[in-house]
Design a protein around this ligand. Structure first.
Ligand SMILES: C[C@H](O)CC(=O)SCCNC(=O)CCNC(=O)[C@H](O)C(C)(C)COP(=O)(O)OP(=O)(O)OC[C@H]1O[C@@H](n2cnc3c(N)ncnc32)[C@H](O)[C@@H]1OP(=O)(O)O
Length: 754
C-alpha cells in the first residue's frame, strides 16, 4: 500500500534562522576575533599571527592587517626576522569564500582585494627580512600561497597542504600556480591543483614543499630559529617564484601540460577553470614566474565572475548549511555515542550501509533470514572492503581489522546491545511493520529505529509500535558505501535527539546528512521522479533515446536517463513508477516502454541488453535493435502531434526533462519538506549527481529564470498535457518575480512557515 502524503510543517521561527545564517557567517568580523597581531620577542623575531576562527580564513580585514604588520615588521629596527603563523592550530583555510559570494551577488569584482602582487610578492617575498611560515593543521588555498611566498616553511605533523581552488570554480590567485610547481615539480603541482588533492606535511617534506616537520610544541621555536638562521646566512634565503631547478625542460613541461589538458577535457568538460589553470602554468614556464603571476591574477578575477564559480560557491555554503537544523542542532543537545549498529537485510543496500559503518569504526550486527542470504551479504561487504585495498585506499591490515567489526546473525539475540538499527529490507509495508514491532522488543529503550525505505510513509512503518519518537528514515543512495548523501527523514513525532544522533553517525561515516520531512519519495526521489518521466514523454513524442542521453550527459549528469534506467534495472523503474502514479496521479504519465522492453527479453545491464548492449570490458553501445520496441511504445501512446515526431533543440531536450523536476522541487518547497531550498541543491548534487557547477536544481532554475521555466511548462502543458502543468508555487513566484530559492514565507500561498 502506498504512503499517504504527509506534510511536514516547520515552526515559524525557522525563517529568521535561515535568513540570518548568512549574516552570522560574517558577524565574526564585528566580534573582535578577526585580527592580525604582531609580537616581537627578545630574539628579534616578529611573530605575525592570523586570527579568524574557526579556520583563519583570509577575510579582507586579515589581508589589510597582514599588509600593515609586515610593513611594520620590515620597518622596525628591533626586528631581524619574521614568522607567520595562524591562531588555534590551523594556519589558514585560504581566502574568505564569503567574499566570492558577495561578488556573485553584487557583480562587483572590486570587492576582491589586490593580494597577489601587492602582499605576496612585494610585501612578503621581497621583504628585506626573512619570513618563515609556521604551519599547522591546514594550509589551504590562499593560506598555502602565503606560505609559498615565505622564504621557508616549517610544519607540524599531519598538516594538510593543498590548493583546492578549482573546486570553487577559480584558480589559485595568490601566486600558487607559479610557486607550487617550482617547489614540488610540475607533475605533482598539476595533480594537486587539477584534482584539488591535498597532501600531508610529511609528503610535503619529501617533495621539498616543507623544509622541516617538527612537533607542534616545537613549531614556533624551530621557525624562529630558522628565520634567524636565514637572516644570519646560515640557511638559504630562497624566493620560490624565481626558482627553476624543479621545472624540468621546456619540452617536458609542454608534454605534461598537454596530457593534463586532454585529461581535463574528458573529466571536466564544462568547467573552464581547469584549462585556464593550465594556461597560466604554461605562461609561467615559458615567460617566467612573475609573468605567470600577472596572468594568474587577471584570469583569477575573470573566473570569480563565472557561472561555474557561482554554482560551486553556492554548493560549498549550501552543504555546510545542512548541518544546522532548526529545533535540532540549536537546542544544546549532545549527540549520544553510537557504538554498535544492527543492519537488517544483507542485500545491496544493507551490505553497502554495513560497509560504510565498519569502515568508520562502528561495529555492525548484520541480520538476515537464512544462512545463504547472510553469507551473500557478508561476501558483498568483504568485496567492498577488499576493493578498497586493490585501489590502494586501504591497507591489508586495516581491511582485516575493518572486516572483524561485522558479525552476521540470524536472530535478534545481539540486538540487546545495539544503539541503532537500520532496516534495509525490500519495500514491503507489512514486512517493515512486522520488523519494527519485533525490534522494538529486542532492542534497548534508547536504541534508534531507522529505516532505509526510499518511499514508504514512516508513520505507517512505525504504526504497530509505541516508539514513534525513535523512528527515523536513514535513506542511503546506492552504492551506500560510496554515495555521499544521507537523507534523514523525520516525522512530526521523531525526537530531536534521534535526528541529531543520526546526523552525527552520518558525519562519522563521511556522509552529508540532509534532514527532510516525510512524504512519498521524501525530498530527493520525489523531486526527481519526473526526470525519467519527462525522458519517456520525449521518446514517445518521437525524440531519439540516444540523443536524449547524449544531451543530458553533455549538460553534466554522469549518464542520460535511459542508460541510468538500464543500470538501475527495470524492476526498480516499474515499481517506482507505480508508487508515484498512486501518490501523484494528476502529474504522472504512463509509458509502456519499460514493459515492452521486458517483454522483448531485455533487462538492462543485468542481462547485458537494454537500450544499450553491455559487453564485458567495453563501454555500453547503443542497440539499434531496440528501435522497433520504441516504435511500438510510440504507437501505443499515440501522443506525437499529427503522428509525426516533434522537432526539438538540445536546449529544449534538457528543459523538457529538467523543468518538470524543478516544478516538483517547487511543490516540495511549498509543502515545507525541506528546511531551505539549498538543501534540495545539495541533495540533487550528492544524491542524483546533478552537476555541482550548476549549483543544484533550484539554484540552476533561478539562474535560468523562473519566468522562463514557468512559461515553458505552461506552453508544454497546453501542447502535451498535465504532466507539464506549472505548480501553484512556481506560477506565483514567476508572477511576483521572486526567486524560487527565496524562503517560503515570501509567498502568501505557501502552506509551511519555513
Ligand atoms: C586566492 C585564493 O587562491 C583563493 C582561495 O583561497 S579560495 C579558498 C580555498 N580554500 C578552500 O577551498 C578550503 C575550504 N574549506 C574547507 O575545505 C573546509 O572548510 C576545511 C577543510 C577548511 C574545514 O573543514 P571542517 O573542519 O569540516 O569545517 P567546515 O564546516 O567545512 O568549516 C568550518 C567553518 O569555516 C568556514 N570556512 C571554511 N573555509 C572557509 C574559507 N576559505 N572562507 C570562509 N569560510 C570558510 C565554513 O563555511 C564553516 O562555516 P560555518 O561554521 O559558518 O558553517
Amino acid at each position: 500500500m502506498l504512503a499517504k502524503q504527509f506534510q511536514w510543517s516547520a515552526p515559524s521561527s525557522l525563517l529568521s534562522f535561515v535568513t540570518e545564517r548568512a549574516s552570522l557567517r560574517s558577524n565574526r568580523l564585528s566580534m573582535g576575533e578577526v585580527k592580525v597581531t604582531l609580537e616581537v620577542g627578545s630574539d628579534g623575531v616578529a611573530v605575525i599571527t592570523i586570527s579568524n576562527p574557526p579556520v583563519n580564513a583570509l577575510a579582507v580585514p586579515i589581508i589589510l592587517g597582514l599588509k600593515e604588520k609586515f610593513t611594520e615588521a620590515s620597518r622596525r629596527d628591533d626586528v631581524k626576522a619574521i614568522v607567520l603563523t595562524g591562531k588555534g592550530r590551523r594556519f589558514s583555510a585560504g581566502f574568505d569564500i564569503n567574499v566570492f559570494e558577495k561578488v556573485h551577488k553584487t557583480g562587483n569584482i572590486s570587492l576582491m582585494p589586490d593580494v597577489s602582487v601587492d602582499l605576496v610578492v612585494d610585501t612578503i617575498e621581497d621583504c628585506k627580512k626573512p619570513v618563515v611560515a609556521a604551519v599547522e593543521g591546514l594550509a589551504l588555498g590562499g593560506g598555502l600561497e602565503l606560505a609559498l611566498g615565505s622564504h621557508a616553511r616549517i610544519a607540524a605533523p599531519r598538516t594538510q597542504l593543498g590548493l583546492p581552488e578549482l573546486t570553487l570554480g577559480v584558480i589559485p590567485g595568490f601566486g600558487g600556480t607559479q610557486r607550487l610547481p617550482r617547489l614540488v615539480g610540475l607533475s605533482k603541482a598539476v595533480e594537486m591543483m587539477l584534482l584539488s588533492k591535498p597532501i600531508m606535511s610529511e609528503e610535503g617534506k619529501k617533495l621539498g614543499l616543507i623544509d622541516a616537520v617538527v612537533a607542534s610544541e616545537e613549531l614556533l621555536k624551530v621557525s624562529r630559529q630558522w628565520a634567524l638562521d636565514i637572516a644570519n646566512r646560515r640557511k638559504p634565503w630562497l624566493r620560490s617564484l624565481y626558482r627553476t631547478d624543479k621545472l624540468g625542460s621546456l619540452s617536458e613541461a609542454r608534454d605534461i601540460i598537454k596530457i593534463a589538458r586532454q585529461q581535463a577535457r574528458k573529466t571536466a568538460p564544462n568547467m573552464p577553470q581547469h584549462q585556464v589553470c593550465l594556461d597560466v602554468l604554461e605562461e609561467g614556464i615559458v615567460h617566467g614566474g612573475y609573468s605567470g603571476v600577472l596572468k594568474e591574477a587577471k584570469l583569477f578575477k575573470e573566473l570569480v565572475l563565472s557561472d561555474t564559480s557561482k554554482g560551486l560557491v553556492h554548493v560549498f555554503f549550501a552543504q555546510r548549511a545542512t548541518s544546522k537544523v532548526p529545533n535540532v542542532t540549536d537546542l544544546g543537545l549532545k549527540p549520544r555515542h553510537v557504538k554498535k549498529v544492527a543492519v537488517i537485510g544483507g542485500g545491496l543496500m544493507g551490505s553497502g550501509i554495513a560497509t560504510a559503518l565498519i569502515l568508520n569504526n562502528i561495529y555492525v550486527v548484520l541480520k538476515e533470514v537464512n544462512s545463504e542470504y547472510l553469507l551473500k551479504g557478508i561476501r558483498t561487504i568483504e568485496a567492498n572492503v577488499r576493493g578498497l585495498v586493490t585501489k590502494g585506499k586501504l591497507t591489508q591490515d586495516k581491511a582485516e581489522k575493518t572486516l572483524s567489526m561485522v558479525k552476521g546473525v540470524l536472530d535478534y539475540a545481539d540486538f540487546k546491545e545495539v544503539d541503532m538499527v537500520i532496516e534495509a529490507v525490500i519495500e514491503s509495508l507489512p514486512l517493515k511493520q512486522k520488523i519494527f514491532s519485533e525490534i522494538e522488543k529486542a532492542c534497548p529503550a534508547h536504541c534508534i529505529l531507522a529505516t532505509n525505505t526510499s518511499t514508504i510513509d514512516l508513520n505507517l512503518v512505525g504504526e504497530k509500535t509505541s516508539s514513534q519518537d525513535r523512528i527515523v528514515g536513514a535513506h542511503f543512495f546506492s552504492p551506500a558505501h560510496v554515495m555521499p548523501l544521507l537523507e534523514i527523514v523525520r516525522t512530526e513525532k521523531t525526537s530531536a535527539q534521534v535526528i541529531l544522533d543520526l546526523m552525527t553517525v552520518g558525519k562519522t561515516i563521511k556522509k552529508v546528512p540532509v534532514v527532510v520531512g516525510n512524504c512519498t519519495g521524501f525530498a530527493v526521489n520525489r523531486t526527481f521522479f519526473p526526470y525519467t518521466q519527462g525522458a519517456h514523454v520525449l521518446v514517445n513524442l518521437g525524440v531519439d533515446v540516444f540523443r536524449i542521453d547524449r544531451v543530458i550527459s553533455s549538460f553534466g549528469l554522469p549518464m542520460g536517463p535511459f542508460q541510468l534506467q538500464d543500470l538501475a534495472g527495470y524492476g526498480v523503474a516499474l515499481a517506482v513508477a507505480k508508487e508515484f502514479a498512486n501518490a501523484f496521479p494528476d502529474r504522472t504519465v504512463t509509458s509502456p516502454l519499460v514493459e515492452l522492453l521486458v517483454k522483448s527479453g531485455r533487462n538492462g545491464k543485468n542481462n547485458g541488453k537494454g537500450y544499450y548492449i553491455y559487453e564485458k570490458g567495453s563501454k555500453p553501445k547503443p542497440d539499434s535493435s531496440v528501435l522497433p520496441v520504441i516504435e511500438e511504445s510510440r504507437r501505443l501512446t499515440n501522443i506525437m502531434p499529427g503522428g509525426k515526431p516533434i522537432s526539438v533543440t538540445d536546449k529544449e531536450i534538457v528543459e523538457m526533462i529538467l523543468f518538470p523536476v524543478v516544478n516538483e522541487a517547487c511543490r516540495v518547497l511549498d509543502e515545507g519538506v525541506v528546511v531551505q531550498a539549498s538543501d534540495l541543491d545539495v541533495a540533487s548534487v550528492l544524491g542524483m549527481s546533478f552537476p555541482s557547477y550548476r549549483g543544484g536544481i533550484v539554484f540552476w532554475a533561478d539562474t535560468v529564470g523562473h519566468n522562463h521555466v514557468y512559461t515553458s511548462l505552461k506552453k508544454w502543458s497546453e501542447l502535451y498535457g498535465s504532466f507539464f502543468k506549472p505548480s501553484r508555487f512556481l506560477e506565483e513566484r514567476a508572477r511576483r518575480g521572486i526567486p524560487l530559492s527565496a524562503p517560503a514565507t515570501s509567498s502568501p500561498s505557501s502552506k509551511s512557515r519555513l
